[in-house]
Ligand binder design. Structure first.
Ligand code: SAM
Length: 218
C-alpha cells in the first residue's frame, strides 16, 4: 500500500470509501455542502466526468475559482438558506455530502431538509464522525473536535434508531471518518429518538463495584 502522509491519511481513505459507493452511477447528480480546499469536490468531479454527471457545491465562502468544469455549479450560500434550492434545476440527488458546519443540531437540520430531495436508494454521507484522532494524546489531540464528533456520532445513531426501516446506516472510521446513510423508503424521516443507556444506570454501577471487589488480588 502507498505510504500516506498525515494529511493524506486523514482525507483520502475516507474519500475513497465514498467513491467506491458512487463511481458506477450513470448521470449521477451530487449535492455537496462545504468546499474549502476542494478535496471532496475534486473527487466528486472525477466521478461526474466519468459518469456524465453533475455536481452542485455550496459554501458560505466563494470557492468558485477552484475548478473550471461545465459539470460543476458553485453556489455561495449558507447551507441552511433553503431558498438556495431555487437556483438548482435538477433537485433529485443520488448523493448528498455534508461537510460544512460541524455541529450536531445543525447537521441534523441540514440532513432532514435535504433528505426529501434524495432519490430512493440514494446516499447521504456526513463527514467527521470519528473522534479517535482527537482524544487526549492522539495525533490530533483536540478537546472540542473530540466532543463534537462524539456528539455527531450519537445524533446520527438517534436518527437511525427512529428510522430503522427507512434507512441503512454504516460508519467508516478511516481518518476523521464519515457516516453513510442509504435511503430505503420514499418517505420522510421520523424525528430522532433518544436512546436509553444502561451503562450509567444504578444497576450497572453496582455491578461494576461488585466486580472490582471480587477481583482476585495479584
Ligand atoms: C471542512 S471544510 C470542507 C472541506 C472540503 N469538503 C474538502 O474535502 O476539502 C468546511 C467548509 O464548510 C464551509 N461552511 C461552514 N459553515 C457553513 C454553512 N453553514 N453553510 C455553508 N458552508 C459552510 C466553510 O466555509 C468551509 O469551506
Amino acid at each position: 500500500m502507498k505510504h500516506l502522509n498525515h494529511v493524506d491519511f486523514l482525507y483520502y481513505p475516507k474519500l475513497d470509501y465514498i467513491k467506491n459507493f458512487i463511481s458506477n452511477i450513470k448521470n449521477i447528480n451530487i449535492l455537496e455542502f462545504g468546499v474549502m480546499h476542494g478535496r471532496s469536490t475534486k473527487m466528486f468531479l472525477e466521478v461526474c466526468d466519468n459518469m456524465d454527471g453533475t455536481l452542485t457545491s455550496i459554501d458560505i465562502n466563494d470557492h468558485s475559482d477552484l475548478f473550471k468544469n461545465e459539470r460543476w455549479k458553485f453556489i455561495k450560500s449558507r447551507d441552511d438558506n433553503f431558498e438556495l434550492m431555487d437556483q438548482i434545476k435538477n433537485k433529485s440527488f443520488d448523493v448528498i455530502y455534508i461537510d460544512s458546519l460541524h455541529e450536531p443540531n445543525h447537521i441534523k437540520k441540514i440532513l432532514y431538509f435535504y433528505y426529501d430531495f434524495l432519490k430512493l436508494n440514494g446516499r447521504i454521507f456526513i463527514d467527521d464522525i470519528n473522534w479517535l484522532p482527537y482524544v487526549k494524546n492522539s495525533f490530533k489531540d483536540n478537546e472540542y473536535s473530540e466532543l463534537i464528533n462524539r456528539k455527531t456520532f450519537s445524533k446520527i445513531i438517534e436518527i437511525y434508531y427512529a428510522n430503522l426501516e427507512n434507512i441503512q446506516l454504516e460508519f467508516n472510521f478511516n481518518g476523521t471518518g464519515n457516516a453513510n446513510i442509504l435511503k430505503l423508503k420514499d418517505k420522510k424521516l421520523n424525528e430522532a429518538k433518544k436512546i436509553e443507556n444502561r451503562l450509567f444506570g444504578l444497576r450497572n454501577i453496582i455491578r461494576n463495584i461488585l466486580l472490582i471487589k471480587r477481583k482476585p488480588k495479584m
